[in-house]
Ligand binder design. Structure first.
Ligand code: OOG
Ligand code: MG
Length: 272
């Protein structure tokens, strides 16, 4: 839990460097804070991405490995809940990998929530612009079910697009399911998931909830990253975005995401 509070704006106001440093400090210290746009309304999506990229450099400098990308807010369910009505992209490092069977790492997180996602492992490099769903799927090696544990550094997950892009799209941890299949084997728009919390099914969706087809989300990521000067590399993991709204993952919770063909992903809420 937090031992120190959120920082107030530096003299002269927030800028890219000070927001980046404060976000990493909040992440490392499990400190929640108000969104920066309360004090810096000009923090837009482009500025948010600059902050995100600066913090990726800092993560790599401290020894983390870049393992892929995640999409945020690719489904209506997520967009409506978070009040941001377009998708965006953020970075995944190896520090965010949750080994199968490990509990939710409560001691590293502020207020974790879990969401079911279709996950791709890339077989080929994918570089925008101009990438379509079919082109994107042709670069995928295998498709997995997964769960992302999101953890916004903003109190009550209240943020604008600029805030959440800066905060690496609420990245926390992610776990992949038991079965990987070649992408030609499934109609991902019809792949369903049931979200179960403490034995009760609380939500469900199919892959179509994610931009019509999760391959559209992958294409979007490639095209979006091209504007930022990056490609999606062979071997990377891509989390295509929550299919349903996220559920709270507090200590003691027992959460399962049951996919039609991709198996079940189990999350144990762990201890305080
Ligand atoms: C932002 C991150 C969204 C997803 O899959 O939509 C995300 C949030 O909901 O806090 O990871
Ligand atoms: Mg997600």
């Amino acid at each position: 839990m937090a031992t120190v509070g959120a920082a107030t704006a530096p003299k002269g106001g927030w800028d890219i460097e000070s927001v980046a440093a404060e976000l990493l400090r909040c992440e490392d210290g499990q400190i929640e804070r108000p969104p920066f746009t309360d004090e810096w309304p000009e923090l837009d999506l482009d500025t948010g991405y600059k902050i995100q990229d600066l913090n990726l450099r800092k993560r790599l400098e401290r020894g983390e490995q870049l393992v892929g990308v995640k999409l945020g807010l690719t489904s209506r369910a997520k967009q409506v809940r978070m009040g941001v009505d377009f998708p965006f992209v953020a970075w995944l490092t190896d520090a965010m990998i949750l080994p199968v069977g490990d509990p939710v790492p409560q001691s590293k997180l502020i207020h974790p929530r879990a969401e079911p996602e279709i996950v791709f492992v890339m077989g080929k490099k994918l570089e925008g612009p101009g990438v379509s769903c079919a082109m994107a799927m042709a670069a995928v090696e295998s498709v997995w079910g997964g769960a992302e544990i999101i953890d916004s550094r903003y109190k009550a997950f209240r943020f604008t697009a600029g805030d959440v892009a800066a905060d690496n799209a609420s990245s926390g941890a992610f776990v992949t399911g038991p079965i990987g299949v070649p992408p030609t084997q499934l109609d991902l728009s019809l792949e369903a998931v049931l979200v179960e919390v403490n034995g009760v099914v609380v939500d469900s969706a199919t892959g179509a909830a994610v931009q019509g087809h999760p391959g559209e989300a992958l294409a979007l990521a490639a095209n979006d990253l091209a504007r930022r000067g990056h490609a999606i590399e062979a071997g990377w993991i891509v989390l295509t975005g929550g299919m349903t709204d996220a559920v709270f993952a507090p200590p003691g919770a027992s959460i399962a995401m049951h996919f039609t063909h991709l198996g079940s992903v189990f999350l144990n809420g762990g201890k305080d």
